[in-house]
Write a protein that binds this ligand. Structure first.
Ligand code: NI
Length: 251
């Protein structure tokens, strides 16, 4: 079974062929997908896809890059999270690569959404870009919370701290890139029961599709690369990651 735990099919990059593509992806063996929202509008769109396609689930939340759209209250997100196909709060977190001038606002929004997830008893999908120390510090304040660090790009040391606290780690196309050394070190210490496979479609296409629009069918390249490291087939890696995803997101 293949479970893409992070794909933005609500993105405008799929406007021309979304329905055909989702059907093709499902026919190609992708059994489950989580589409995380990035603001109110895309969270709503992700839920609409989840309503239309039995194999699609949604997460709802404000991505740090969408800070400017945050209305100052999570009431809208809280209302959307009540939908039966909303499986997580996400995509939430900190992104200091995109903008490091509003760190305090990013942190406050991140904390508010972690508190919402705790209240709703849902896992979270964390976006951490060049903010590893602050993300670790903040999630450590919520020990009852579980979730995934999506497209994990921190060090093996940071990974160990997260794993010790019960977090899952998500891996995407970049594991197939030439500069993946740090991520391969993380994979070497990642337990088999904490790995999730993601595409982050339409972004992050793996080699040999790098630069093209991504979709969930490319997950096999990520699984095969991890299989080489772990001495397993790509199918075996995909199967254990799918089991992990079903456990975390309860689908
Ligand atoms: Ni994403």
């Amino acid at each position: 079974m293949i479970f893409d735990t992070h794909a933005h099919y609500d993105d405008a990059a799929f406007d021309a062929d979304r329905a055909e593509l989702l059907n093709a992806v499902h026919e190609a063996g992708v059994a489950l997908i989580v589409d995380p929202g990035c603001d109110l509008e895309s969270s709503r769109a992700a839920l609409a896809l989840a309503e239309a396609y039995p194999f699609v689930y949604a997460a709802v939340g404000f991505h740090p890059e969408e800070l400017a759209k945050y209305p100052g209250s999570l009431d809208g997100i809280r209302a959307l999270a009540a939908h039966k196909k909303c499986v997580a709060v996400g995509e939430i977190g900190l992104d200091y690569y995109w903008d490091d001038s509003r760190k305090d606002e990013q942190k406050a929004l991140f904390r508010a959404q972690l508190e919402l997830a705790l209240e709703l008893q849902k896992p979270v999908i964390v976006h951490d870009r060049e903010a590893h120390g602050d993300c670790l510090e903040i999630v450590s304040d919520y020990p009852a919370l579980r979730g995934v660090f999506h497209c994990f790009s921190g060090s093996a040391e940071t990974a160990k701290e997260l794993l010790r606290r019960g977090w899952y780690l998500g891996f995407d196309g970049p594991v197939t890139y030439k500069n993946a050394r740090k991520t391969l070190e993380v994979l070497a210490i990642c337990p088999r029961d904490r790995l999730l496979l993601e595409t982050d479609s339409p972004y992050l296409s793996p080699v040999p599709l790098r630069g093209k629009r991504n979709d969930s069918r490319s997950l096999r390249y990520v699984a095969e690369k991890i299989g080489e490291l772990w001495g397993l087939s790509g199918e075996a890696v995909a199967a254990l990651a799918a089991e992990n995803g079903r456990r975390l997101f309860r689908v």
